[in-house]
Design a protein. Sequence first.
Length: 249
Amino acid sequence: MPPVDVARSLLDRSRLKGGIDDSAGYLDLLSDSAPPPSVSQRVMQNRLLARVYEGYWRPMFTRGFSLGGRGTADYQRDLIDRLAEPGARRVLDVACGPGLHTREFARNLTGDGVAIGFDLSKPMLAQAVRSTGSERAAYIRGDAHALPFADGTFDTVVCFAALYLINDPHQVIRELARVARPGGAVAIFTSLATGVSAARSVRKLVQAVADIHVFERDEVTRSFADAGLVDLDQRIISQGQFVSARKPL
């Protein structure tokens, strides 16, 4: 079965608010009913950025979290390698952008395994479709605050470098946990308030000017625990944090 059809079969129709448009090569569940994007989200909907995101923007941005070093990129590479288990597995990559990590997860899959990239940005998803070859990857445009899948659908759920751009990141974390299967993995990478950025006044300024949320040290781990996730692991690297956990059996 083609990956896009596998993705379609995983949709929970009771959670859909309208039709499905597949004319662009991905499943668009929003059509013209998309929630209004934030300032930072509007940047991510730029066509030029979508084209240069993987080659230039993302590496530069990731290095910025490590203050110019490679710590963030190296740990993310190791984490993805651990999570990208082979087999007929289901992986959800929320805020996938142009599909870099979606394709990485898809390469180890077999049978009806599928990696689904989920994003709000049409230009990013169009670039993801262009960049995806024969991998077991498919893409969906939707709202991460209300994922269109039944509880326990995915073996692995990730959201890298996006929670700080989302209007209600704690609601999204609840959704990530909800759609993970019992025993499944949930992992994110996001911002962290350290040094100067830890000052409340600075965080408020960043939020107001750039519309980017800077998380306190225990804010994300607390949200993971509140969502019912266990075996939490937080890895802090300079200005960022990786948090991974498991949904209990």
